[in-house]
Each structure stands twice: as structure tokens, then as C-alpha cells.
Design a binder for this molecule. Structure first.
Ligand code: PHE
Length: 359
């Protein structure tokens, strides 16, 4: 029976082939190093053009009795191979995921260099002290615009057009009626026109003058305006208020003295000097041997100004003062050159960090 023999022969070769496939499968699984390689192996074994599928095709050559037996063997391989590949795939995916989690792990407790802590500008430190001092005496902080109407910066302060006092202020004009404010006094003018006495305010802010830049001058600097209006306010109140301010900022041995001066919006007007904060009055280079340093302009609000702002000068009187913030900051910290305060050099600014500043 040549046919039967031939069938036996085919059966043998299919069995051999299946055994060979088993081995190949074992070996290939052992060598797998990636999920891509695993997919390639799956295609090679089980795909449409894969080895097991090719063997299914060979079954046509077998006899009717042998076919189911071989078919069963091949199907058993298909199931087993599928299971092996799936298990392996799951194991590899799990490992890959663990590896990724490991790599992406964040240690939230790991110490990190701290971000650089900024410092409060010395001008702001001193301004805070000044505000503290005056609010403690019942003053309120009021602010106004830096781009100001000529009307408030000059007219209402008794400085009409063509008045020589305008030249002294080196004004930056925006147009005929608008200026960069040359002082904080327009805020007192604005307040007097909108409020009724009693008024007790300080007005800190930036001011502008077309000035030289040197150790004591800058075209942009800061002033703190003070204004008190009530019945019976006197020059004595002004002096006592300024003395309290000077003691608070520089110590209890600091005194205030007045020298006559002139401002169009105050009458009488004065320059206020403080005991030199460097030599405490003995005389040194800073006070040019006099024992006194000049720190602010002040005076009794000119009755004409009160009237222009709608306040009755027969009933009310008031005092005003204008402090140069940079000047008192420089005195407070012994800063010799005003430019240091605007250059933003960190070596300068770091010295004012809260944690390194001495009381
Ligand atoms: N505004 C004046 C100036 O800038 C200072 C000043 C304010 C004087 C208030 C008297 C009263 O020079």
C-alpha cells in the first residue's frame, strides 16, 4: 500500500516538525528581549503565513484517519503557543511598567536648594517705619497720581504760571497742563479740595525732577508729604510731630530745629534740621562740623492755599511738611551714595535681608 506508506511518512515528518517547533519555541522565548520581538515570534508561529498554519496546510496530504489526530496535535500546539506567548507578554509588560515607575519615581522628601530669598528695599524698610510712626499718631496714608495736572502740582499750591518757584523745580512737562509731579504736595491739594477738616494724612510717593545724577541727586526719587488741618493747629504742633518722628527713627537723643525758609504754599515756612545722626551733634564730616543735618521742608499752610482749596482760613489752620525719603534712608543706614539705591546690585540689596539685618 504505497499510499498508506506515504501517509505514514508524512505523519512522521509532521510529528518531527512539531517537535522541532516546540524546541524552536522554547529557545525563541528564552531569547526574547522586547515586546516587539515577542510579536514577531507570534507572527512567525501563529500568523497567517506562520509555521503552524503551514503545517495545517500539509494535513491535506494525510489519510482520513490520521487527519483528526494530527489536527488535534497541531491545535494543541496552537493553544499552548498562544498561552505561552500571552503569559510571556504579560510578564514583560509588567516588568516594563515596573521599570518605568522606578525611573519616573519622585522622591518628594528629597531636599532641594532653597530659592534665593529677596530683600525689602531700604527705602521701603524706612517708609514702613515712617508709616508706622505716623499712623500711630492718627495719620492716614493717601496716594495720588504721578502724572499730575499743573493745577494741583502748581496752581493750587500758590505757584502760578511764570512764578520763579517753578524754575527751582526743574519740571518734566508732558504738555502745557500736565507734568510729572515734582513733589508730593499736589496730594495735599487734592485732599483739601475733596475733604473737610479735620485732615491728618501722609502721602508717600515717587516724584520727578530734571536733575543731575550724583551721590545725592536723582531725577526720580521719593517724598513723604504730611498734612494736618484742624481748628487751632500751630507751629508748635508741627515741631512736636516732627520731633516724635525723628526720635522714633533715629533715637531719643535726636532733636529738631527750625530755620526760616520759603515755600509759596506755606507761611511761615521752615527747613527742619535734626541732630546729626552720625556724630549725635558733636560735629563731623557728614554735618560739616555743625552738629545738624537738614532733612525736610515744612510750614503752616498758606491761608491763600486753604482758601483756593475751599477751606475757611478764619476757622482752620494747618501745617505741612515734605520729607525726602532717600535722604532719611541714607542717614538711617549710613548709605553714602544715592545711586546704590537704584542700581539693583544684589550685593547692596542683600545687606537689607530681614535675616541678616541687625535690629
Ligand atoms: N514740596 C516741597 C518740596 O518738594 C516740600 C514741602 C512740603 C515744603 C510741604 C513745605 C510743606 O520742596
Amino acid at each position: 500500500m504505497p499510499n498508506e506508506w506515504a501517509c505514514k511518512e508524512d505523519t512522521m515528518s509532521i510529528r518531527d516538525e512539531l517537535n522541532r517547533l516546540d524546541e524552536e519555541m522554547e529557545k525563541a522565548l528564552g531569547n526574547l528581549d522586547s515586546l516587539t520581538a515577542l510579536e514577531a515570534l507570534r507572527v512567525m508561529m501563529l500568523g497567517k503565513k506562520g509555521q503552524l498554519t503551514a503545517m495545517m496546510r500539509m494535513m491535506g496530504q494525510l489519510s482520513a484517519e490520521e487527519r483528526p489526530q494530527m489536527g488535534q496535535l497541531i491545535n494543541e500546539r496552537r493553544e499552548r503557543f498562544t498561552r505561552m506567548l500571552d503569559e510571556r507578554q504579560q510578564a514583560m509588560q509588567k516588568k516594563e511598567r515596573e521599570l518605568r515607575l522606578q525611573m519616573e519615581r519622585l522622591d518628594v522628601t528629597e531636599p532641594k536648594p532653597l530659592p534665593e530669598i529677596g530683600s525689602v528695599h531700604p527705602n521701603t524698610l524706612v517708609l514702613n517705619e515712617v508709616v508706622d510712626c505716623f499712623t500711630g499718631m492718627g495719620f492716614e496714608v493717601v496716594e495720588g497720581p504721578e502724572v499730575e495736572l499743573d493745577h494741583f502740582n502748581f496752581e493750587l499750591l500758590n505757584i502760578p504760571k511764570n512764578h520763579p518757584a517753578r524754575d527751582a523745580q526743574d519740571t518734566f512737562y508732558i504738555d502745557d497742563n500736565v507734568v510729572l509731579r515734582t513733589h508730593t504736595s499736589p496730594v495735599q491739594a487734592r485732599t483739601m479740595t475733596t475733604r473737610k477738616p479735620p485732615i491728618r494724612i501722609i502721602c508717600p510717593g515717587r516724584v520727578y525732577r530734571a536733575d543731575e545724577v550724583d551721590a545725592t541727586h536723582s531725577p526720580v526719587f521719593h517724598q513723604i508729604e504730611g498734612l494736618v488741618i484742624d481748628e487751632g493747629v500751630s507751629m508748635g504742633d508741627l515741631k512736636a510731630t516732627l520731633a516724635a518722628f525723628a526720635r522714633r527713627l533715629y533715637g531719643s537723643d535726636i532733636h529738631v530745629r527750625f530755620r526760616p525758609s520759603f515755600f509759596p504754599f506755606t507761611e511761615p515756612s521752615a527747613e527742619a534740621d535734626l541732630t546729626c545722626v552720625s556724630c549725635r551733634g558733636k560735629g563731623c564730616r557728614i554735618c560739616k562740623g555743625t552738629g545738624w543735618i537738614e532733612v525736610l521742608g515744612c510750614g503752616m499752610v498758606n491761608p491763600h492755599v486753604l482758601e483756593m482749596c475751599g477751606i475757611d482760613p478764619k476757622r482752620y489752620s494747618g501745617f505741612a511738611f515734605g520729607i525726602g525719603l532717600e535722604r532719611i534712608t541714607m542717614l538711617r543706614y549710613g548709605i553714602k551714595d544715592m545711586r546704590l539705591m537704584y542700581e539693583g546690585d544684589l550685593r547692596f540689596l542683600r545687606q537689607f535681608r530681614e535675616d541678616v539685618k541687625e535690629g
